[in-house]
Ligand binder design. Structure first.
Ligand code: ZN
Length: 450
């Protein structure tokens, strides 16, 4: 054996048990629960700790190539490794060029191939005129195509129902999936117009400009279209239980739908954004306290398949409002969180809510592996799977501080948050990539999953 991770408590989807995990040639070769020991070249003692499947974050924006002042594959993947995330799926926008065809896909694969510390996939892009390019991207490994129902900037046009219907009819019956940012463009445009014409410019005004109905109606629309066409769809960053309830009903009716939410919707509220400011500006925006609590029910019952960071970094100049001097409308919308999601969710589930760590395994790994067709190679500590592990010390106390973040921009809305339990060792295909607060992996060891 190459590696033996011993004395830990292995966390499955439905049980936690004592055992040793053996890895050979990058894959989990055996799990031993008795006294028998097999010789291994390297031993890692996980005494007192939980052994989780390596985290999977299917929604990050590493901005590489092209927007490297915000993040790179190198810094983003290091941060992920430090947070127990061993696989990410990177978003197709804020790339030069955006991933809208096979050439852009190949260009990106080439650009980042020596950079990543963790395994990765790319979302393909879906805009108003590139359905014909899906086949080319799918041929070289794209399995998911991301579209916006609201504005995502002029170089990434949002889609309308005519285009969505065409794309869904094309992909229905295949394993390929369409993912959607669900907020209705027209509702938000009218709200913004009303508010800005009245000269309003506060944090509260931003929250009011993106009302729940915009997210609700856009999600309902995708559900209805998916039901009508039979296509597989994924709803990105659900922020509210009323939206999740529609997804629950759709799953019940047999619609091929999966969905995600983010740690920020599960721990923060709009009051936090009003108080803490633009570091917590995101879209959809944070909701009220009741909504936050309601959302948990849908994570725990599995309606929301996974918890993702939507890591969406920006420079201080872009992200901060300079003490109110910069307009709220001009501040970058997005939160950096790929490094801290695992520990935040572990603390919430295990310590605050006194629930089984099995929920954490589902939320941070297994759910995404199944939704994004990575299972059983990823997502579970089982023989035959990749040797991807996140070892968590359940009692280790932490406070999230900027100088500990490995991002290009060491700022995050999560700064200041305190809790207990965090990743102490990350292992990718049998190689330790993070241990004792140090990145020990090598850039380029992480590979593109096709
Ligand atoms: Zn995003």
């Amino acid at each position: 054996m190459d590696v033996r991770v011993k004395n830990g408590r292995i966390v499955d989807a439905d049980r936690v048990y004592q055992g040793d995990v053996y890895i050979k040639d990058g894959k989990i070769a055996a799990i031993m629960t008795g006294d028998e020991v097999i010789a291994a070249a390297e031993e890692i003692d996980a005494k007192g700790n939980f052994i989780f499947p390596g985290g999977i974050d299917p929604h990050v924006h590493f901005n590489d190539p092209g927007y490297n002042w915000r993040e790179t594959f190198s810094t983003g993947s290091k941060a992920a490794a430090a947070g127990g995330i061993t696989t990410i799926i990177d978003m197709p926008l804020q790339n030069t060029p955006n991933l809208l065809n096979i050439n852009a896909y190949k260009n990106k694969a080439e650009a980042v191939k020596n950079a990543s510390y963790i395994d990765y996939c790319f979302w393909g892009g879906f805009v108003n005129d590139n359905i014909a390019d899906f086949d080319g991207m799918a041929d070289i490994g794209a399995k998911h195509f991301k579209a916006f129902m609201s504005s995502a900037g002029s170089d990434y046009p949002f889609v309308n129902n005519g285009i969505i219907k065409k794309a869904m009819e094309k992909l229905a019956g295949t394993k390929l999936m369409l993912g959607f940012h669900c907020e209705d463009y027209h509702i938000i445009a009218e709200e913004e117009k009303k508010i800005t014409q009245a000269g309003k410019n506060t944090r509260r005004d931003f929250l009011d400009s993106r009302p729940l109905i915009a997210e609700f109606i856009a999600t309902k629309n995708i559900i209805d279209m998916a039901g009508y066409t039979g296509a597989k769809v994924h709803i990105c960053h659900v922020s509210h239980p009323e939206v999740a309830e529609e997804i629950r009903k759709a799953k019940h009716q047999g619609v091929k739908i999966t969905a995600e939410t983010c740690p920020h919707y599960l721990v923060f509220t709009e009051e936090d954004m009003l108080e803490k400011g633009t570091l917590l500006k995101c879209a959809p925006p944070l909701r009220n306290r009741q909504a936050r609590e309601g959302l948990w029910q849908y994570v725990l019952d599995g309606t929301l398949d996974c918890v993702v960071s939507d890591h969406s970094p920006a420079s201080s100049e872009e992200k901060l409002d300079d003490g109110g001097k910069k307009s709220i409308w001009d501040v970058w919308s997005g939160i950096s969180g790929v490094q801290t999601g695992f520990q935040v969710i572990f603390n919430e589930v295990y310590h605050k809510r006194k629930l089984s760590p099995c929920y954490v395994a589902k939320m941070m790994s297994l759910g995404a592996a199944k939704a994004f067709d990575l299972y059983p190679a990823k997502g579970a500590v089982i023989p035959g799977a990749d040797g991807d592990l996140a070892i968590v010390d359940p009692e280790k106390e932490w406070e999230i501080k900027g100088d500990k973040l490995l991002y290009t921009n060491k700022i995050s809305g999560f700064e200041g948050l305190k809790g207990k339990g965090c990743v102490v060792t990350s292992i990718l295909r049998g190689q330790v990539i993070y241990q004792n607060e140090i990145i020990v992996g090598k850039p380029g060891y992480g590979r593109l999953i096709q």
